[in-house]
Write a protein that binds this ligand. Structure first.
Ligand code: PLP
Length: 332
């Protein structure tokens, strides 16, 4: 059986050091990781927070956004939760069938539009239409794109264990070049406390902890190497698989996603061949009752029916990737 994902954390030395230091919250590892990740991305500031969802909420809070926020109709559901928790209103726009990212040709900026959240889905870079940046703020959802080249006001990152840069628990970061945004996120992740005992705003308890930061510092050193391994696996899939592929050719391959009209059957047959797969995501966001959204988003709905994610992780072997690709062709 080839599992859909395999998570490993083999280096326990940094964990031991944190345990011995007795410093668990907002210590040396968090500030060092923030510096190192900002440097890696070529960004001005990085603030470690508790999750990618919180990173979106804290970014919107720091920009003072409580009005309409354009979001893709096809994304991981926490994109929407991050907006709603900030007290803002997500307005879906359909996505491109080619790579699942926001279709900018359908973005209509109205007087109530305060921000746009492009999502770099599957590790695919979402195009950002620079003309549209004149008024609304751009908050990039980089949860599936732990990479360089950020261009908006703020980027929200996630270190959920399965992400390209994954911790051994939850974690996230807000990345920005804007000093004021960085300072605001810094106190709002810590209850809104500006200096000890003084509260500037009603903030969150949303800190990256020292254990996760220590682990992330080690993992960051291996990120480039692991991303190239993902690319090698993708090359094997690309060479062999005859179905439409959702990844851009320079994707960071957080996920490797194909499309097929009878996904359920293909998935079942792959399971019978010992290949576990997954679906990201089976419903467009406006279909979730919790979010109370209306409208029709035909591309999002088509993708929700057809996408299928194949195993994609650095420890997947070449032989396994070859086998998976052969089985996909055989099972369609
Ligand atoms: C994972 C993910 C999130 C949420 O990150 P968490 O750390 O799990 O809160 C948000 N958006 C996208 C696109 C994601 O993939």
């Amino acid at each position: 059986m080839i599992p859909f994902n395999k998570l490993v954390c083999d280096d326990i030395e940094p964990v031991r050091r944190v345990m011995e230091s007795g410093e668990f919250i907002l210590g040396e590892n968090v500030s060092s990781f923030e510096r190192e990740f900002a440097e890696y991305l070529g960004a001005g500031y990085c603030i470690g927070v508790a999750s990618g969802t919180d990173a979106i909420t804290l970014a919107l809070m720091a920009l003072g956004i409580r009005g309409e926020v354009i979001v893709p109709a096809f994304t991981a559901y926490p994109t929407i939760i991050g907006v709603l928790r900030a007290g803002a209103r997500p307005v879906p726009v359909d996505v491109l069938a080619s790579d699942g990212t926001l279709d900018w040709s359908q973005v209509k900026i109205g007087v109530h539009t305060e921000a746009i959240i492009p999502v770099h889905l599957y590790g695919n870079r979402c195009q950002i239409n620079v003309d549209a940046i004149i008024r609304p703020r751009i908050i990039e959802d980089c949860a599936q794109y732990a990479g360089r080249g950020y261009v908006g006001d703020v980027a929200a990152h996630s270190f959920y264990p399965t992400k390209n840069l994954g911790a051994c628990g939850d974690g996230g970061a807000v990345v920005t070049n804007n000093f004021n945004v960085a300072e605001t996120v810094k106190y709002n992740r810590n209850y809104g406390q500006i200096v000890k005992h003084f509260y500037q705003e009603v903030g969150l308890n949303s800190r990256l902890d020292e254990l996760q930061a220590a682990i992330l510092r080690v993992k960051l050193k291996r990120l480039d190497e692991q991303n190239s391994r993902r690319r090698e696996i993708a090359e094997i899939y690309r060479r062999k698989i005859d179905l439409p592929i959702m990844n851009q050719t320079d994707s960071l391959y957080h996920l490797f996603v194909i499309r097929h009209p009878d996904r359920t059957r293909l998935r079942q047959r792959l399971h019978e061949k010992g290949v576990e797969t997954s679906v990201h995501y089976p419903y467009a966001v406006h279909k979730q009752r919790a979010y109370k959204m209306k409208g029709e988003y035909p591309v999002a709905e088509m993708l929700a029916r057809e996408v299928l994610s194949l195993p994609m992780y650095p420890t997947l072997k070449n032989e396994e990737a070859e086998y998976i690709a052969d089985m996909v062709n055989q099972c369609v």
